[in-house]
Design a protein around this ligand. Structure first.
Ligand SMILES: [Zn+2]
Length: 960
């Protein structure tokens, strides 16, 4: 490429330039840079991008030309936009008066370019700028990056794919890389004939592919709808595809590497089913035609026109061999990890199936929530992610009822509460500015807490009202950007709205029903329902409430405070929520409702009761403490008649009581007494929550020198679930929940050396090995069998050989997990090294390997050393602030509970600089978790010892 080059280096942000610098920023050429904020000015807006991209998969770099049509909102002589780590050249202003070169300044700390014009760009006029650019394909998992795979014959093939969310489009082409700068994109890709290219849109009907000199082809894609830069996508590869058309006429294709294309049928069917579901549920066809171009009602009335318009919009899915997160919702071209999309019905487990449809449901929900209506800025990321997470459950409940997805929702809320109970948590809506802070928003608070508070709101408003409200939100704000209040307004006074389709029968019926019933329910006490006032307490302050309930006769005293794991009580002051309380009592199965707005309140029951249960089915995002005799009456109920409560209620009681031990509200003995009923429990959510509270206790002990108590604790848990484990068949029969539970129980039995499990698994492993892996094992028992096999060097090597040669992603992933549970330290070390290297084990899997090894009692020291030694490589590969980095930081350290380890952890993270991650929230989370573990052990170890001793004496006595 010719012309003058401006070299843009990636430079980490110096501390003094955080947001609004008082100093004048200096461009790379030494001149003052004319813009001193990280957010772009709002003087010019991009309307349309013409992009030509030419990746070279041999030299692993790319060149391109961007022509951007601008709308000037205020007179200015500069255009500030983003570009990162690329050479930009030949920058021109294509003004109506003629073509003029623009002067370019770069400011790498903010990834910004300023294009300076010697004449003023006038308000109200449109201009075009053109930039040429060149860069290397990224070696990470974001931007325009390189991926590769090995064929069965050992040949390595390279492809190039994109991942732009949140701030990586700027590494692929110069752009206004903020979600509110929506524009249309017309993309052309230059490639070699041996490759194909795909992008957000299908290729145009005429002149779809042109021949260029040098044996190259140029694909021309149709112009996209108006969208944010982070949703642009293109892939150049040798992928094959399979296709189907939905009932609504959208053509869906699934792309994968040629040798795995036969594993795409399930994903294709799932995508067809789910896209049809969303089309109906949201009452907005996928996607709306370009604004102003089509009259939607006319199009829908005329089938021929409808087909022409909608057949053009694809919904493609592609499995990328190297992928950091689970999947990405690029409009019209969602991308996935291979494990998230490829499925072999004979080799995949029930949870593989569930995981796959969940991820597709999530990405397709984004086509409306996120793509069509986008948050104004990353501080409200939850509007995208909370909704997409929540819609996974709503959509699968209807499209795949047999998967019983509801059984798993509660787990998301428990996970969210774990990080939300630390003082390092943050409000759902949080001010963020720099890319690291933006990356950090992709966490359990935005996703899981977001979904849980939406679920609470849906329960509060009723599902019908909620659905009407969100449709109204999507229709009102199509192709626009929103903030929280837009959502709350859309969910308010739904029956007074006139902006809905008149044909929406559900809406009319619902509203006429409500008007008859109005006043009957506390929820609809008419005008006083202020959705925004309620929800602001859940999105603008961090943490969640603990509601203390004390029953005295017919009187129920209520109080709320922040649930926080801390030894500084002052940190819980100043928090107040509007809590939609629900409860039932021994006297009535009806769900009673009450909106608690104050710090304390009192309810009166019609009669005296034996027990109350608040937060029915745990639809609310809060914990409950039953003061006075409350917990004792619940323990009695669980002991004698646990099915009087739903399994969600039982699971929430288990979670609440153990979490209350951590904040000193309940004694450990009380929680352990409650856990005794688990020997009769059979439902998945309650059983896994029992494990979820009890197992971490001995996991902490495994990382300390206390084998006696550790074994006593393990023995207790095995005893508790012995009956349930014994009842498991070693087959794949039963419902999804039963199968997931079986897989979990047998794995637990084998890891804990429960003899009947170990014997059976050993037999199966030997047979399987003798058949050279050809014998087909029931899928749900394979983890248990592999884990036993991985205990000997020969067994481990055999598993690795199968891992290396397998093309089945789910099998590979189980083999890898099992290999990381081995007690053989040299193997653990080797796995981490190989994953970092990326040859025989993919680097995308390194985070899982490191975290598994750090939970392994024989591996945790190795993992900690490896993690520290390779920190700089890891943050470069996975990016500062990313969920992957946070997962490793918290995953590696969460099972430490000694002051020595706290000092070691603090000394390592304390040695980092801002450029190497010192400011990341996950580091504070790691400290807090270890401090909490230390406090827990100090307070509760003697109690635990005493209770277990007493119990074993009690058992001996009973045996006699
Ligand atoms: Zn998402």
């Amino acid at each position: 490429m010719n012309g003058h080059f401006y070299e843009i280096e990636s430079v980490a942000l110096p501390a003094h330039l955080s947001s609004l610098s008082k100093d004048v920023p200096i461009a790379t050429n030494g001149q003052p840079f004319p813009w001193d904020r990280m957010r772009l000015p709002k003087t010019v807006y991009p309307l349309h991008y013409d992009l030509t991209i030419h990746p070279n998969l041999t030299t692993l770099d790319f060149t391109g030309v961007a022509r951007i049509l601008l709308d000037v909102h205020e007179d200015t002589s500069m255009v500030v936009l983003h570009a990162k780590q690329m050479q930009v050249s030949n920058v021109l202003l294509l003004a109506p008066e003629g073509v003029r070169p623009l002067r370019v300044l770069e400011y790498p700390p903010f990834h910004q370019l300023a294009l300076l014009s010697d004449s003023v760009l006038t308000k109200g006029r449109r201009y075009e700028v053109q930039l040429e650019f060149a860069a290397n394909l990224s070696d990470s998992f974001h931007g325009f990056y390189k991926s590769s795979y090995r064929t069965k014959n050992g040949e390595v093939r390279v492809l190039a794919s994109t991942q732009f969310e949140a701030t990586f489009a700027r590494g692929a082409f110069p752009c206004f890389d903020e979600p509110a700068f929506k524009a249309n994109f017309t993309i052309r890709i230059i490639r070699e004939p041996r490759h194909i290219s795909i992008s957000n849109m299908p290729k145009v009907l005429i002149h779809r592919t042109l021949s260029l000199p040098g044996d190259l082809l140029e694909d021309h894609f149709d112009t996209t709808v108006k969208m944010s830069t982070y949703l642009v996508a293109y892939i150049v590869s040798d992928f094959l595809s399979v296709s189907k058309t939905t009932q609504h006429g959208v053509k869906i294709s699934v792309y994968a590497v040629p040798e795995k294309i036969d594993q795409t049928a399930f994903a294709l069917d799932a995508a067809v089913k789910l896209l049809d579901f969303y089309d109906d549920y949201f009452d907005i066809p996928y996607p709306l035609p370009k604004q102003g171009q089509w009259n939607i009602k006319k199009v829908q009335r005329e089938p021929v026109l409808y087909l022409i318009v909608f057949m053009c919009f694809p919904a493609d899915l592609a499995a990328i061999p190297d992928f950091q997160s689970g999947a990405m919702e690029n409009w019209g071209l969602t991308t996935y990890r291979e494990t998230g999309l490829l499925f072999d019905p004979n080799k995949s487990s029930a949870s593989d199936k569930l995981g796959l449809v969940k991820v597709i449901a999530h990405e397709l929900a984004h086509q409306w929530f996120g793509n069509l209506v986008t948050m104004e800025w990353w501080n409200d990321l939850w509007l995208n992610e909370g909704f997409a997470k929540f819609m996974e459950y709503i959509s699968l409940d209807i499209t795949y009822p047999e998967l019983q997805v509801d059984d798993f929702f509660l787990g998301k809320c428990f996970e969210a509460m774990e990080v939300d109970s630390l003082s390092s948590s943050h409000p759902v809506s949080t001010h963020v500015e720099n890319p690291t802070q933006i990356q950090e928003m992709f966490d359990d608070v935005s996703y899981d807490k977001g979904a849980c508070i939406l679920n609470m709101l849906r329960d509060f408003l009723t599902p019908e009202a909620f659905e009407i409200g969100i449709i109204r939100y999507l229709k009102r704000y199509s192709y626009q950007n929103t903030v929280n209040s837009h959502l709350w307004e859309s969910l308010t006074n739904i029956c007074n709205s006139d902006d809905l389709d008149e044909g929406r029968i559900k809406h009319k019926e619902f509203c006429s029903k409500q008007s008859i019933q109005s006043g009957a329910s506390k929820w609809f006490s008419g005008d006083e329902l202020d959705v925004r006032a309620i929800m602001d307490t859940w999105t603008l302050q961090e943490g969640f409430p603990l509601v203390t309930v004390e029953v005295r006769g017919r009187e129920v005293r209520l109080s709320q405070e922040r649930y926080l794991k801390t030894d500084d009580p002052s940190l819980t002051e100043g928090f107040l929520w509007q809590i939609p309380l629900t409860y039932m009592t021994s006297a009535s199965n009806t769900i009673h409702r009450f909106l608690l707005k104050t710090k304390t309140d009192v309810l009166y029951l019609p009669e005296k009761v034996d027990w109350v249960k608040f937060n029915v089915d745990m639809s609310g995002y809060y914990m409950v403490h039953y003061a006075g005799e409350g917990w004792n009456s619940i323990i009695k109920l669980l002991q004698h008649n646990h099915t009087a409560l739903t399994s969600n209620d039982r699971a929430s009681l288990i979670q609440n009581v153990f979490q209350l031990v951590s904040v000193g509200k309940v004694r450990l003995d009380t929680a352990l007494e409650l856990s005794l009923y688990l020997s009769r429990e059979t439902e998945i959510m309650a059983v896994t929550q029992g494990f979820g509270e009890l197992v971490p206790l001995y996991k902490l002990m495994e990382k300390r020198d206390m084998a006696a108590l550790e074994n006593q604790m393990k023995g207790y848990i095995v005893d508790l679930f012995r009956g349930l484990i014994d009842r498991q068949e070693w087959t794949d029969s039963g419902s999804v929940s039963e199968r997931v539970l079986r897989s979990y129980l047998l794995l637990f039995g084998c890891v804990r050396n429960y003899p009947p499990c170990v014997t059976k698994a050993t037999q199966l492993f030997n047979k399987w090995r003798e058949s050279d892996g050809n014998m087909s094992l029931p899928v749900d028992v394979t983890m248990a069998v592999f884990v036993i096999g991985a205990r000997t060097p020969e067994g481990w090597d055999f598993l690795f050989e199968k891992y290396r040669s397998s093309l089945q992603m789910s099998v590979k992933s189980r083999l890898k997990s099992a290999m990381a549970v081995t007690p053989l330290q040299d193997k653990l070390k080797w796995m981490m090294e190989q994953s970092l290297h990326g040859e025989v084990m993919k680097t995308q899997d390194l985070p899982d390997v490191i975290v598994s090894v750090s939970r392994n009692p024989r591996g945790y020291k190795l993992a900690w050393d490896f993690f520290r030694a390779n920190w700089h490589t890891l943050i470069k590969k996975f990016d500062l602030g990313s969920h992957t980095i946070s997962y490793m930081v918290t995953g590696v350290t969460s099972q430490y509970s000694t002051r020595e380890m706290l000092i070691e952890v603090r000394s390592f993270f304390g040695s980092l600089t801002e450029e190497t991650g010192s400011e990341m929230r996950c580091i504070r989370q790691a400290y807090e978790t270890i401090e909490d573990n230390i406090r827990w052990m100090d307070t509760n170890l003697p109690l635990l010892q005493g209770w277990l001793d007493k119990r074993s004496r009690r058992d001996v006595h009973e045996d006699l």
